[in-house]
Design a protein around this ligand. Structure first.
Ligand SMILES: *Cc1c(COP(=O)(O)O)cnc(C)c1O
Length: 464
């Protein structure tokens, strides 16, 4: 065997070994961050090492500190499980070393991204004239979409934000749901709209924008406007009423953006009830969603989808004599995202969609929603456990009475290690958040999970 083949084979074997182990008996990290930093700390190596020795040391140093995010009973945050087809594709992406910023330099990688772009618009049933930037995640994708919004709404009043910036520009009114995801405020901060300089619109008990409140907030506002809606609330999974919101946006000539980091995939569900939650979303101007959440693409991957492709290109384009010309008809990958050089992010996206297929994605999304409902029902049937949200997609938010009890159950669950779930603060209370987003999660995992949570709740109750 060549040295290279031996090296890559060792990496592939270690990867397969890890995945088999996580599939069978997922283990939570035994070591905390500080202990791992201590284990890994060393001075800069004065001389190099053989690559296979580096790989062996890397495996030894991380042992006991890996979170089983790719396992079947990981319900923390909203995390996908890195589909094996995407992992294999990413090995090729790294090995090829294609700089996928421009199509003239890396034709195959750029062509695959162009095809993945068409597939995503088809799967999500969004306007085919849209362009998609392949970004690192929803945070950057949101910022990318909002930058296009900025270019568009200021352009309409004769201000070139890309050339002249925001100093002295006509003010832009930004209206956003009171329970929008934290990352949107980071995006607003980044693009110069300001995290605080927004109009927060009242929401209902599930965190959905109330159309009448939006109407009241926008009435009488003069000048450029951007509305930010949400598909998939982080704690409830709820969807804003897009048909009503889109009508208000149209009437007031506002750009309508939607953060659908995970929820946008409800549109691809086999179940009509979940698809219906996204009704009217096709009327938005821009949409953001993640590849690394519900679609199961390995990290990192998010999509900035913008109906007005030329506006996105204007907001993102850079020019130098040694870069390809924009506007010649060919899709230039870097014209849709803030980055220039980057990995061939379209390749694992293509591979995961190819592996799952339209029906595989539809089945997975519908299964996760069905399993979330089942988990919610089992937990709600136990005295002392309260499911706080309507389980419309894959999110379940649970209280165990007092904040103290909820925190104690979460701590106990994390100690037991049967599953992973984290906490969140919602509607003035601590909740345990369970997000069913991992590709391999099956019916049996949900029964094991419900049993473990109920047992932990009983144990905590017996203590207090
Ligand atoms: C996860 C999430 C984000 C941020 O996405 P990243 O991929 O972590 O950058 C934004 N909005 C919602 C609703 C999310 O769930």
């Amino acid at each position: 065997m060549s040295d290279l083949k031996q090296l890559f084979t060792q990496a592939a074997e270690a990867a397969a070994h890890y995945r088999d182990q996580v599939a069978e008996a997922p283990e939570l990290p035994r070591l905390a961050y500080k202990a791992l930093v201590e284990r890994m700390s060393a001075p800069v190596p004065e001389s190099g090492s053989a690559p296979d020795a580096v790989l062996r040391e890397l495996l030894a140093l991380t042992e006991g500190g890996l979170m089983p995010i790719v396992g079947p009973r990981f319900f923390g945050w909203v995390n996908g499980a890195s589909h094996p087809a995407g992992v294999a594709a990413d090995i090729m992406v790294a090995a090829w070393g294609q700089n996928a910023g421009f199509h003239t330099a890396t034709p195959a990688a750029s062509a695959m991204e162009a095809v993945a772009e068409r597939w995503l618009l088809d799967l999500l049933d969004l306007p085919e004239e849209s362009g998609i930037g392949f970004a690192t995640g929803a945070t950057v994708a949101n910022a990318t979409c909002l930058a296009a919004a900025r270019t568009h709404v200021l352009g309409k009043v004769g201000w070139d934000a890309d050339a002249d910036g925001l100093f002295g520009a006509p003010p832009v009114h930004v209206l956003i749901g009171a329970e929008a995801h934290s990352s949107l405020f980071a995006s607003l901060q980044l693009i110069g709209f300001g995290a605080r300089r927004v109009i927060k619109v009242d929401v209902d008990g599930e965190g959905r924008i109330i159309p009448a409140a939006l109407e009241r907030a926008i009435a009488g506002l003069e000048g450029p406007k951007v509305i930010i809606a949400q598909a998939g609330h982080i704690n409830s999974g709820a969807f804003d009423p897009f048909t009503d919101i889109a009508a208000i946006a149209r009437a007031h000539d506002a750009w309508l953006h939607v953060d659908g980091a995970f929820g946008l995939w409800a549109r691809a569900s086999a179940n009509a009830a979940e698809r219906a939650l996204t009704n009217g979303i096709e009327h938005c101007d821009s949409w953001c969603t993640d590849g690394h959440k519900w679609l199961q693409v390995p990290y990192d991957c998010g999509f900035a989808i913008v109906r007005h492709k030329a506006t996105l290109e204007k907001a993102m384009t850079q020019w130098a004599s040694y870069l390809p010309q924009i506007g010649t008809g060919d899709r230039v990958p870097s014209a849709y995202v803030p980055e220039l050089s980057r990995r061939a992010r379209g390749v694992p996206v293509w591979a995961v969609i190819k592996a799952l297929g339209r029906d595989g994605i539809a089945e997975m999304v519908a299964r996760h929603c069905r399993l979330a409902r089942r988990l919610g029902e089992r937990l709600a049937a136990e005295p002392g456990i309260e499911v706080l949200n309507q389980v419309v997609i894959n999110q379940v938010s649970v209280s165990f009475g007092s904040d103290e009890a909820t925190r104690a159950v979460i701590a106990r669950i994390q100690e037991d290690g049967v599953l992973y779930a984290g906490g969140s603060h919602w509607r003035g209370r601590w909740v345990m958040r369970l997000s069913v987003t991992s590709g391999p999660t099956a019916d049996a995992d949900i029964e094991i999970t419900a049993d473990a949570i109920i047992a932990a709740a009983r144990a905590v109750k017996a203590l207090v």
